[in-house]
Write a protein of this length. Structure first.
Length: 147
């Protein structure tokens, strides 16, 4: 693997963490929205990541059980899934969005978990940015070896 591949790998990691931060922002923004039915209530969303492996013989290796010699060449976002956890139902008969039984439904977003995930995603993004800076410095040092 050449040093220039480091930029592609770190870039894919930064892109994945950006997607993660966007979904966390959406979750936090909708944490206190209410609905009168379970079907219309916002559900927490989480991105699903997968390692992209080196291509062998022109075909991408998509196996989850790749051999130990296969080097990962990045990460991809497979999609964003909704959390199927239980929604929070509160008995608030005076609320304008209450159903016929007096319940309103709140999303299954745990703001504390989302904040911890946000810190983790932010640090992962920063780590990938620092990795790119280190690779750039190493490439600049290689260019000065011939002087």
């Amino acid at each position: 693997m050449s040093l220039s591949n480091v930029f592609n790998i770190a870039g894919s990691g930064m892109s994945a963490q950006s997607t993660r931060l966007n979904t966390i922002s959406s979750n936090i923004a909708n944490a206190e929205t209410v609905s009168s039915s379970v079907d219309q209530t916002y559900r927490a969303r989480h991105p699903v990541f997968a390692t992209v492996f080196q291509q062998v013989d022109g075909k991408p290796n998509q196996s989850l059980f790749a051999s130990e010699d296969d080097a990962g060449v990045g990460v991809q976002v497979l999609g964003v899934v909704e959390d199927q956890g239980e929604l929070r139902a509160r008995y608030e008969p005076s609320h304008p969005a209450a159903d016929e039984n007096g319940y309103v439904y709140y999303p299954n977003v745990n703001v504390v978990e989302e904040m911890a995930d946000m810190i983790s995603a932010s640090r992962s993004f920063q780590t990938n940015a620092e990795l790119m800076n280190t690779a750039k410095t190493m490439l600049q040092k290689v260019l000065t070896l011939g002087e």
